[in-house]
Design a binder for this molecule. Structure first.
Ligand SMILES: CC(C)(COP(=O)(O)OP(=O)(O)OC[C@H]1O[C@@H](n2cnc3c(N)ncnc32)[C@H](O)[C@@H]1O)[C@@H](O)C(=O)NCCC(=O)NCCS
Ligand SMILES: Nc1ncnc2c1ncn2[C@@H]1O[C@H](COP(=O)(O)OP(=O)(O)OP(=O)(O)O)[C@@H](O)[C@H]1O
Length: 276
């Protein structure tokens, strides 16, 4: 759970201590995922026994806050990042496990063997019951994929797995994580970034913002905050500090709970995995 009393604000200009810790994290991530090693942070959970698996870090942020950029920086450091959006896109593509059940519930939303997102959006957005029905179909499939990806990372010795979930707070994803990092920037920076995108209008931007948990609330609920209203170089330093901070906490048991729940749902290793 993201329930630690205070969060670390990892903004521009990481201090000397952060740099030292960051180097340790960088060393751990050389050649692949930050690996568990004897005596290293991340090898024994603060609430666990040392066999509780990697620290599960949720990564989220409102539109235009820089989450995709931070996610790419984490991947570049060898951190396994499980991307919820990419999983949903694969589930909706031809051959994807969500196509048949979504088509059964929303016949207008499937064409040419794939889910048509615009048609599905028209069927569910603004209709809470329809959205809940869609989530009832999609979320268990996403969860099966997520657990499979986390398991692969754990088997490779990862001490940290990142779950990139745009709507983490909106969909109750906190409970699946040991901690949550929120990517954030001043409202003016966010607005300028988003309005610079092709096809974006102030009205669309406001509508999307209105459906997301406000940034101030996200920050308040976060264990780590990464500010991106600064240079990319400063954000790189903040990402190094985030890695060090997350690894220092050790697993809180989210990985073990996810694997256990998947086994209980009949989604043991190698089964319940949708084509991706
Ligand atoms: C509704 C869908 C078809 C819209 O797809 P589209 O490509 O048009 O837009 P996109 O995915 O970027 O979402 C646009 C906006 O819709 C809203 N939205 C999407 N899913 C949800 C949701 N589960 N709850 C609340 N709002 C949502 C958000 O504000 C989001 O910013 C799509 O988002 C979807 O299938 N959502 C349900 C699956 C889901 O919960 N995905 C979240 C990751 S697990
Ligand atoms: N310090 C910084 N950190 C992150 N991004 C920055 C920074 N400075 C400028 N940017 C730019 O801001 C933009 C952030 O966009 P990005 O796609 O990462 O946001 P996002 O939060 O993933 O958006 P969305 O949720 O809408 O997909 C990028 O074009 C990036 O280059």
């Amino acid at each position: 759970m993201a329930s630690h009393g205070s969060h670390n604000s990892i903004g521009s200009g990481a201090g000397p201590q952060s740099h030292a810790a960051a180097s340790a994290a960088a060393a751990r991530s050389a050649g692949g995922a930050p690996a568990a090693a004897a005596g290293e942070p991340g090898t024994s959970g603060r609430g666990g026994s040392g066999t509780s698996g990697p620290y599960v870090l949720g990564l989220t942020g409102s539109i235009g806050m820089g989450k995709s950029t931070v996610s790419a920086m984490l991947r570049a450091r060898g951190v396994p990042v499980v991307d919820a959006d990419a999983i949903v896109h694969a589930l909706y593509a031809p051959g994807g496990a969500a196509v048949a059940p979504v088509g059964a519930a929303f016949p207008s939303a499937v064409a040419a063997g794939a889910v048509d997102r615009a048609a599905l959006s028209a069927a569910v957005v603004g209709r809470p019951e329809a959205m809940a029905a869609l989530e009832g179909i999609v979320h268990p499939l996403v969860e099966a994929e997520r657990v499979a990806a986390m398991r692969e990372a754990a088997e490779r010795g990862a001490a940290l797995v990142v779950l990139d979930i745009p709507l983490l707070f909106e969909t109750g994803g906190e409970g699946a994580c040991d901690g949550v990092a929120v990517v954030s920037a001043p409202a003016g920076v966010q607005r300028a970034r988003v309005l610079a995108r092709p096809g974006m209008t102030p009205e669309k931007f406001e509508a999307i913002l209105g459906r997301q948990v406000p940034d101030a609330e996200k920050r308040a609920r976060a264990d780590f905050v990464i500010d991106t209203g600064c240079s990319l170089r400063e954000t790189e330093a903040a990402v190094d500090a985030l890695l060090a901070g997350a690894l220092a906490r050790g697993s809180g048991g989210a990985y073990a709970r996810a694997v256990e729940a998947a086994a209980g749902a009949g989604g043991g290793h190698g089964s319940g995995k949708a084509p991706a």
